[in-house]
Write a protein that binds this ligand. Structure first.
Ligand code: SAH
Length: 370
């Protein structure tokens, strides 16, 4: 715990988050420069500081004219995320931040440093409308969509923390982004795609991350998965399946009553085929609910209906029980048997580590508890 920072209670503000550099397309940038009465290259300079140097403090931007520096930065880089508190685990290599947005909405992100990579888990919505009963965020409903810049700013903050050596292990680079924080990214498609574009664009237009190192995780909004396949940005797709049969999946992932297991898996397969990217199937292991050996066999059947050319791998997530929930994590032996059966069928299977569990920072556990 490095917080708690003082909490400021503000009446919720209505309207859109302030416009930010990260929201702007190339054409928008020219218009905003004109609006500011500044030459177009000013925006390039500010972009260089924000995306390239991961810096937003005007006093360091000595290439901007001193007289208008404050105004330029205020206009282009308004503070979108205010830290409410941070929590650390794993000797400081996992850091969760609770952010307050301009209107008082609360979201969280988690930075995890590993020996070979650093990943930030970001939120795409305040709350979530998908109502999965085992997920902490699903319980409160959707508050609102986040803007592109609100999403990007979580990544810039994490990249800055790595670059400034704030995370034990010395100066490093943020390499991966996963949309596994609060919200359903494909239900906020435009803003999420805008954020992905900023992440993959080379500096100074963006962060220069590799698309394959960005994972978009979804409950399975089929038309949006199909749309994502046509974007020409081969992000990694993760489908939160959690059950191979419609009866159980409709209980665990209610959107299944709209798009079935078969439809969701077919869209994932189509994504793999189109983008040549291996898709990840997320499966939260819940004791005596979805972890039976026969369900492992059924899962293998469902996935192999689309061939065994390596289009998919399964990522088992040990369930993080949320307070008051009737679901709990699987027994070790059941988990092992589940893995064994999938692997026996030639399906690559991994079990997710439980980073940040003790700070409720593990995937699916992010819920603003303030
Ligand atoms: N809306 C997206 C992102 C959600 S969080 C999606 O559903 O994919 C990322 C993953 O964490 C999802 O697979 C989600 O089902 C899973 N998850 C949610 N709550 C969980 C919990 N309590 N324990 C383990 N995984 C959980």
């Amino acid at each position: 715990m490095t917080g708690p920072l003082p909490l400021v209670f503000e009446a919720p503000r209505r309207g859109k988050p302030p416009r930010h550099l990260a929201d702007l397309s190339a054409e928008d940038r020219a218009a905003v420069a004109a609006e500011l009465g500044e030459p177009a290259f000013r925006l390039k300079q500010v972009a260089n500081h924000y995306f390239g140097r991961l810096e937003r403090d005007p006093s360091t931007m000595t290439d901007l004219p001193a007289a208008s520096r404050g105004r330029i930065v205020e206009t282009l880089l308004p503070a979108l995320l205010t830290p409410v508190r941070t929590m650390e685990a794993d000797k400081g290599t996992t850091r969760k931040t609770l952010w307050r947005l301009f209107d008082g909405a609360l979201v969280e992100s988690v930075l995890m440093r590993y020996p070979d990579r650093a990943t930030v888990c970001v939120s795409s919505q305040a709350g979530c409308g998908m109502a999965c009963p085992f997920c902490a965020t699903g319980q409160g409903g959707l508050e609102r969509n986040m803007s592109t810049a609100e999403i990007v700013d979580q990544v810039v903050d994490a990249a800055g923390a790595m670059a400034r050596g704030e995370i034990p292990g010395g100066v490093g680079r943020l390499s991966n982004v996963v949309f596994m924080g609060m919200g359903e990214p494909l239900a906020n498609y435009r803003a999420v795609m805008g954020a992905v574009r900023r992440m993959v664009a080379p500096a100074p237009d963006g962060l220069g991350l590799s698309a394959r190192n960005i994972t978009v995780s979804t409950v399975g909004l089929v038309p949006r998965i199909n749309q994502l396949a046509t974007e020409g940005i081969p992000v990694t797709l993760a489908l939160s399946l959690h059950a191979p049969d419609d009866e159980l999946r409709s209980e665990l992932v209610p959107i299944n009553t709209r798009w079935t297991v078969h439809e969701a898996v077919e869209a994932a397969w189509n994504y793999a085929r189109t983008t040549k990217r291996r898709v990840s199937i997320e499966y939260a292991m819940m004791r005596d609910i979805n972890d039976q050996a026969w369900r492992a066999d059924l899962l293998a059947d469902v996935l192999q209906a689309y061939g065994d050319w390596g289009w998919v791998h399964v990522n088992l997530i040990p369930l993080n029980p949320t307070p008051g929930s009737k679901w709990t994590a699987s027994r070790r032996e059941d988990e092992r048997e589940f893995v064994r059966r999938l692997e026996a069928r030639g399906i690559p299977t991994t079990v997710r580590d439980t980073r940040g569990r003790d700070i409720d920072g593990a995937c699916g556990q992010l819920a603003a508890a303030e």
